[in-house]
Ligand binder design. Structure first.
Ligand code: GLN
Length: 455
């Protein structure tokens, strides 16, 4: 823990950490030393990790990188935080992200990172002038720069896979319902999933085995399935594995350097004994509009709880109750969060609900059905994570441009499927490219094994 705390302090310019507290970390580490001495240590005793700042923690403030929650201290730990602590993990601190996990470049973080006086986007350790991706940019940058051997993150529409890809590390989002959402600050509840990032599939398997598990009393969408030991299932054999390659993932929007790296990885799989199968996910181009209706709709409802009464920021001066809501929310939410609340309330409003929200729900089902069709022909699906390598900070000024870059990660999210990003070589300017692997529900072990084989 001391080693990583020193690295975190030495690389504050990355803006990866929003909170550290050396005393809290070392107290947790000492408790693990005691457990080891007493012979009752967990399997991950003393492994230092860091948590995305959307998972509430008792020992550290939790802000979701929003002014709304500046300094907020939870009275309890999120289930996934508690699960990992139970296994022996020690918390190094809390990681930056886009405000309320809404974004794909970490530029909307509104809380100043450790050692900096103003909010700043997290920097990509491969090139500090570029974004690390988002929304879990802090998690990806911290792991890539060796500030933590592993980190938690959340993925609603790609927030684990895309930053993992742009920072050249491994990240996995499990099947919707496998990881508890209790204590995870909600963005879009029907899509939100917790997962992990690490240097390798092997490390991801270790962490994910302990992060997942049923929590049916506290999360109504938690799946009642026993935790699985993913590490045990890393046999390394992919003989005869059928890898589906969706045509629609290789269209005009895909940058040539990324395409070349992905095709290289697919060839490698063929050499290792897998079989490539041409498949179609015909509604891929609908994933962006469908997601950007459903997720803001859910966000507008979830974020209604931030009213200045129960949690978070309250305006200093106001005329009456309504004015207090209005001023508190206007002052504390950032631009992107406000944009999504407005889109969400619009698509849910009378007269528009049928035309937008209901229609999006129907298409979501069709997108999920397309995957089921595809999985009759293949065991896993492979393609790019991001249409390009990491872009320069400030380069995407139109929010739509960032939304469009989510095209390859959104389909699996809408279908609730497990998906991951595995390093697949390098594109232009020596920047990392991530290969996306998607499996059918509860196929995490198969995904991790396929990723492990490539490493
Ligand atoms: N980039 C997507 C969005 O902005 C995904 C975010 C996420 O997965 N949390 O909503």
């Amino acid at each position: 823990a001391q080693h990583f705390l020193a690295r975190i302090r030495a690389q504050q310019d990355l803006a990866a950490f929003l909170t550290i507290d050396e005393d809290a970390t070392l107290a947790q580490a000492r408790a693990q030393d005691d457990a080891l001495a007493a012979g009752n240590a967990g399997p991950l005793a003393g492994v230092p990790i860091a948590h995305k700042d959307v998972f509430v923690t008792q020992d550290f403030a939790t802000t979701a990188a929003s002014r709304m929650l500046a300094g907020y201290r939870s009275p309890f730990d999120a289930t996934i935080v508690a699960n990992l602590a139970q296994a022996g993990c020690v918390t190094l601190g809390k990681l930056s992200c886009d405000e309320f996990a809404m974004g794909g470049d970490n530029e909307s973080a509104a809380i100043a990172a450790v050692g900096l006086d103003a909010p700043q986007p997290v920097r990509n350790p491969w090139d500090r002038a570029r974004v690390p991706g988002g929304s879990s940019g802090g998690s990806a940058a911290a792991v890539a720069a060796g500030l933590a051997p592993g980190a938690t993150a959340s993925d609603t529409g790609g927030s684990i896979r895309q930053p993992a890809a742009l920072c050249g590390i491994t990240g996995i989002k499990p099947t919707y319902g496998r990881a508890s959402r209790y204590g995870m600050i909600a963005y879009a509840s029907s899509l939100d999933q917790a997962g992990v990032m690490a240097r390798s599939a092997e490390d991801c398997a270790l962490l994910l085995s302990h992060l997942c598990g049923p929590d049916i009393e506290r999360d109504s969408t938690s799946v009642d399935m026993p935790a699985e030991d993913f590490s045990r299932q890393l046999t390394g054999s992919i003989d005869g594995l059928r890898i589906g390659v969706p045509r629609e993932f290789f269209g005009d929007g895909l940058a040539g350097d990324v395409r070349a790296a992905i095709e290289g990885a697919l060839k490698e799989y063929e050499k290792l004994g897998a079989k490539l199968v041409d498949i179609s996910l015909p509604r891929t181009d609908l994933a962006v509009p469908v997601y950007y209706i459903i997720s803001p709709a859910e966000a507008s409802s979830n974020l209604a709880r931030f009213d200045g009464v129960r949690y978070g920021h309250r305006a200093a001066q106001y005329a009456d109750l309504l004015d207090m809501y209005k001023k508190s929310r206007s002052e504390a939410f950032g631009e992107e969060v406000k944009r999504r609340i407005m889109i969400g309330t619009y698509v849910l409003s009378e007269g528009y609900y049928d035309a937008y929200y209901l229609q999006a729900q129907r298409l979501r089902r069709m997108i999920a059905d397309d995957f089921q069709q595809a999985f009759t022909q293949c065991d896993v699906i492979a393609g790019p994570v991001s249409p390009s390598v990491a872009w320069s900070i400030g380069a995407k000024t139109d929010p739509l441009a960032t939304y469009l870059a989510d095209i390859y990660t959104l389909p699996a999210s809408l279908a609730g499927l497990p998906a991951m990003s595995v390093p697949a070589g390098f594109g232009s300017a020596g920047l990392p490219v991530g290969l996306q692997l998607i499996a059918n529900h509860f196929g995490e072990a198969r995904l991790l094994n396929a990723a492990h084989r490539l490493q």
